[in-house]
Design a protein around this ligand. Structure first.
Ligand SMILES: [Zn+2]
Ligand SMILES: [Zn+2]
Length: 203
């Protein structure tokens, strides 16, 4: 019969019958007295656990290196920086994760996709500002449906004599009704007369 505490082979140990006797905890002596096959089994189990833990840590390390390589490639096109970041994680992560922590502190804040998106947004904003209509005379902002600049009186648009829609001054045709605004380039007088009638400010 296998006894865990090995009390069956402890001839030198005298039983301690005493008042308030407590069950003693396991001591090294107890392990030494175990049968060798149990010691072997425990040793093998420990080895397996250590091997599994080692394999897990190794896999974790390699995974972190791969992750860092992918992450830095998403953040910079600089090959030197990519190699440096990957080496940093590869060489220093085994020291309590120092390489990974350093990489997370030093890596570029934005990914390339994020930077591209931000550039697009800025460009759109800039274009929006540039395309905001201004008075050609005083450069103040105007609305697209104004006929006259309210600040300086500059004529901005004129209504089509045929359909009444507001047209730019240099258009030759009304895009809404197809009316020819300046017919026959040879007849300047008529054109002028039409222009005067159209604008209404020369009549
Ligand atoms: Zn103006
Ligand atoms: Zn028209």
């Amino acid at each position: 019969m296998v006894c865990l505490r090995g009390t069956d082979v402890t001839a030198p140990f005298a039983p301690v019958p005493a008042v308030g006797y407590n069950e003693p905890t396991l001591q090294w002596e107890d392990f030494r007295l175990m049968p060798p096959n149990i010691m072997n089994a425990i040793g093998v189990a420990l080895q397996v656990i250590l091997a599994l833990a080692g394999a897990f840590l190794f896999a974790l390390w390699i995974s972190l290196v791969i992750w860092a390589f992918r992450d830095i490639r998403a953040r910079t096109r600089d090959v030197f920086a990519q190699i440096l970041a990957t080496l940093l994680v590869l060489l220093f992560t085994p020291f309590l994760g120092a390489g990974l922590i350093l990489y997370l502190l030093l890596r570029p804040k934005e990914t390339l996709a994020e930077a591209y998106e931000r550039a697009l947004e800025e460009e759109a904003l800039l274009r929006d500002i540039e395309q905001r209509p201004v008075c050609p005379n005083c450069q103040r902002p105007i609305q697209p449906d104004w006929q006259v600049c309210p600040y300086c009186g500059e004529r901005l648009k004129s209504p089509c004599p045929h359909c009444g829609k507001l047209l730019a001054l240099d258009w030759a045709f009304c895009p809404y009704c197809g009316h020819e605004l300046f017919p026959q380039p040879g007849r300047a007088e008529e054109t002028l007369a039409v222009g005067a009638a159209t604008l209404g400010d020369r009549a």
